[in-house]
Write a protein that binds this ligand. Structure first.
Ligand code: GLC
Length: 628
């Protein structure tokens, strides 16, 4: 140990007295915690006190951890892939929309268990400012649950029930900003403030707008502070100033509080935005990775059972570092959203062609050891058509035109479109937009005029989910997709929501529709049954373990996507027809990789396999699942 590190270490030892497991973790992760904080704050006078407070919070959290959670700490330390196995299936929902309150969620656990869920992400549930609050992403108290949903005790009780049922609990932690009403927002040292427009104007030269339509610009005037305040998102969401070590410690305390309640995974909201630098887009700065490493190390010392998932909707080269690369390898987040896959799935579905998806996924950097993807089809946010000129050029397409096509298609404004979505944050200057809509509405279920169209829409939904389930990583089911819930227009009647059409794809759970899930003659029965088949297939496919290799496969047919996985001698090949017509794939594509075409290949999709001479013919939107 370097001399100055040893001095810090020895001074800190008093915090670990008497707890052997804690002492081991403390020693193991000490420099991972200290080094980034010294890089960021070593010269700051406020650091010494902040550091003491941090160590105290870590030590108290560890000391107060009940026996049940300590056992979990130990178990997960020795099975660090607990989130990445073929058994893992996630479900994402709002507490109020699913079951009213946290106690209500506890009562609905049998439903989730029946579906096969092992990981439950509950959307923001900490006390938020009154609406508008961006769906809870404007927190006023990190130590309290939103009163209408329950209390911290209810959260702990739910976490405990979930553990019993074999499900992990994921909760949002809004790192980048607080509500304007948060007590921290009274202290200018916690905020990025500017006396006049000189600096904001300079920053804005290179800052993209997140909500150009409803919250243009990244700064808002505060009468209280007589300053401009950095507000990346809405004007009432005030960015925190992470150059202040007290901000880091306050947020670490919030994290540790959630660990104490028994939360298993923290979704680190808007992680790329934590550090600002003039002349850049103020995302993905190197300091963000120092901060994440330090948060992670603090958590690993205090409560190692808790995993981190990054919400970083950024380009692949910027995204993979959130999983820990270079000097941060193994030291950052366990999971990150595979936004690229999600966008490409919808792109392939609209165009009926898979070249862009295949070539872009082939160019994806690999995931660092020990980390994994969250694969998903829809979430509570819009779909941003992040297709770059380089991606498009590989298959001879024009990125700008393709992005426009996708926004038109999913708004239902392109000839032949089956989608019933809407444009989000449209930019009239470029004609570009992001897209809103539920999975079912975007996939054509809402617009389906007859049985055949309904059948095709169901197949589309299951095809997208099949790829998300086969890809490797933790697949997420967004609440309502298992029943095909449509867009919900009721947000238009609420003045606090009406200007944000992301609310259209955040419907309330339809428990009446859920009653039909066992009837195969209903839409709900077919979607539920299809997802259940996928979950079962995934569970019996060890090749899906995230540490295996994933490889997109050129199938020789631009309408059929191929994805192969291999892990410790186990192999999987999934083929998916993204077009509304039958499509052949040469049997050679299978044989070259050592796969035999058997009737079982069609079992996951629920339709027979049709060989024709030297081809296998996939029905419209059919997917085949071959194990080897
Ligand atoms: C994340 C959330 C999004 C929210 C934003 C600001 O991107 O997913 O819903 O608007 O952060 O908190």
């Amino acid at each position: 140990m370097r001399a100055e590190v040893r001095a810090d270490y020895e001074a800190a030892l008093e915090w670990v007295a008497g707890d052997d497991a804690f002492a081991v973790r403390f020693e193991r992760f000490f420099t991972e915690l200290r080094d980034p904080l010294h890089t960021l704050y070593g010269d700051d006078d406020r650091f010494a006190l902040a550091w003491d407070r941090l160590l105290q919070a870590i030590a108290t959290t560890a000391a107060e951890r009940p026996r049940e959670l300590r056992m979990l700490d130990h178990e997960r330390e020795v099975t660090p892939d607990w989130l990445q196995r073929e058994q893992a299936v996630g479900y994402v929902t709002y507490v109020d929309k699913f079951a009213g309150t946290l106690s209500g969620v506890r009562e609905r656990l049998p439903y989730l268990r029946e579906l096969g869920v092992t990981y439950l992400h509950l959307m923001p549930l900490l006390a938020a400012r009154p609406a508008p609050n961006d769906g809870g992403y404007a927190v006023v108290d990190y130590g309290a649950v939103e009163p209408s949903m329950g209390t911290m005790d209810d959260l702990a009780a739910l976490a405990s029930d979930l553990r019993e049922a074999g499900m992990a609990l994921c909760v949002d932690l809004v790192l980048n900003h607080v509500a304007a009403e948060h007590p921290w927002a009274r202290d200018p040292a916690f905020l990025c403030t500017f006396a006049d427009r000189a600096e904001p104007d300079a920053f804005e030269r290179t800052l993209p707008d997140v909500f150009p339509d409803t919250a243009p610009g990244s700064f808002s005037w505060s009468e209280e502070h007589r300053s401009w305040i950095w507000t990346t998102f809405n004007t009432y969401q005030w960015d925190l100033d992470y150059t202040n070590p007290d901000v880091f410690v306050a947020m670490a305390e919030a994290m540790l509080g959630l660990a104490r309640a028994g939360v298993d995974v923290l979704r680190l909201d808007a992680a790329p935005f934590l550090w600002k630098r003039l002349g850049t887009n103020c995302q993905n700065q190197p300091e963000v990775h120092e901060l994440l490493q330090a948060f992670r190390a603090a958590m690993r010392i205090a409560a190692p059972a808790v995993a981190f998932k990054a919400e970083a909707i950024v380009a692949p080269k910027d995204l993979v570092p959130y999983l820990g690369t270079g000097k941060h390898e193994g030291k950052e987040c366990d999971l990150a959203y595979h936004n690229v896959l999600m966008v490409l799935l919808w792109s392939a579905l609209a165009s009926g062609r898979v070249g862009l998806m295949t070539s872009t996924l082939l160019a994806m950097p690999t995931v660092p050891p020990g980390a994994g993807w969250l694969t998903y089809v829809r979430c509570h946010d819009d779909i941003g058509w992040a297709i770059t000129p380089e991606d498009a050029a590989r298959v001879g397409e024009d990125a700008y035109l393709h992005r426009r096509f996708l926004a038109d298609w999913y708004a239902g404004e392109f000839p032949g479109s089956f989608a019933r979505g809407a444009r989000f944050q449209a930019d009239p200057r470029t004609g570009e937009a992001r897209s809103s809509g539920t999975c079912a509405s975007l996939a054509g279920l809402e617009s389906a005029p007859d049985e055949l169209a309904t059948e095709l829409a169901i197949r589309r939904i299951l095809l997208l989910y099949a790829i998300a389930f086969a890809h490797g990583g933790l697949p997420l089911i967004y609440m309502g997709d298992e029943l095909g819930l449509f867009n919900d227009a009721s947000y238009l009647e609420d003045p606090d929501k009406a200007d944000d059409n992301r609310w259209m794809h955040r419907p309330a759970m339809d428990w009446e529709a859920a009653e039909r899930r066992h009837d195969p003659d209903t839409v709900e029965g077919q979607l539920w049954g299809g997802l259940r088949r996928l979950i079962t297939a995934r569970r019996s496919t060890p090749a899906i373990h995230v540490q295996g290799a994933v490889e997109p496969v050129w199938t020789g047919n631009d309408h059929v996507f191929g994805l192969s996985r291999a892990q410790a001698g186990e192999r999987l090949l999934v083929l998916g027809n993204f077009s509304p017509t039958p499509q052949p794939v040469g049997l050679g594509v299978l044989q070259e990789r050592g796969f035999e075409l058997t009737a079982a290949a069609g079992a996951v999709d629920g339709r027979p396999v049709e060989p024709y001479h030297d081809f296998v013919v996939l029905a419209p939107y059919q997917h085949l699942w071959l194990s080897g």
